[in-house]
Design a protein around this ligand. Sequence first.
Ligand code: ADE
Ligand code: ZN
Length: 345
Amino acid sequence: MPIIYPPINEEITMTHLIDLLPKAELHLHIEGSLEPELMLSLAERNQIKLPWETIEETRDAYQFHNLQSFLDIYYTGASVLCKEEDFADLAYAYLKKADADRVMHAEIFFDPQTHTDRGIPYEVVLDGLQAGFLRGEKEFGISGGYILCFLRHLSAEDAMTTLKHALPRANELLGVGLDSSEVGHPPAKFSDVFAQAHQAGLIPVAHAGEEGPPAYIHQALDLLRAVRIDHGVRCSEEEELVEELRDRQIPLTVCPLSNIKLGVFKSMEGHNLKALLEAGLCITLNSDDPAYFGGYLNSNFRAAHQALGLDDSQLVQLAKNGIRASFAPQARKESLLNQIDALSL
Ligand code: ADE
Ligand code: ZN
């Protein structure tokens, strides 16, 4: 499919296409967008002692070999978030980065238990995040909202308490999700919580098949009624599951840079996202925890493109999949899809 901008050479052309495409971000942990600069300034503002004192020391600490080694640092970093304005600053800072990458719709995860367990009221977290989003929405025209994630390493009772607390303001949320340490914490553990959330009109999504086995993807679909699977890349270990995901067009929110940093794949060249896309699955690209994994959405597109040789039509397909898989109103989806079509002759 030809593109309107002048093709200077292959690399510049691709960079331009990625930059130009209107995109949706469907898998972004707001706590994972906390850049070292903001982390250190909030630590000072709130008198929180971190194990790191400088930006260099902070970045040097980001040596991960699997999901748990990352989560340990991620939860430490999140401890600087205390007041409403901290959450507002964090959300606004993310939307500013998103705007620079032409993200026009963002469905953002947040982990209330990470904060309520430290004595920060749920209302402080949600009010701050909403204020930051509102500011970004006004300034950049980005649509979207928040998905409340339960921490799966904590108990189902704990998740239920969190849900009960969130229900009076359920109309302010897009849905519920499941994140944190995957192996040993199957989706089945949260069946009752997700059933209650579903009754309250909250759309279910879940992390599954990042480090956990294909069985966890089945559980997320069958027991939690997840309409999107976050990561899901281990599906390719089971042919029938790949067929089900393809036939039902269940979107996978794939996060390439995250998968490399956490050792889900040894190299980007070995990532299965292109094969899954070519097999007809609804693959979307996302940035997961960009402050920790070395890049926001366009960096993920670029890294996947460079390593896997995605062509123009595949880049367009990935961007369109993200918009179609979003929970945006139909008119918003159509408007964004039309904007993509307007880039092409
Ligand atoms: N929380 C933040 N990032 C995560 C990831 N990649 N997997 C599970 N939980 C997370
Ligand atoms: Zn994630």
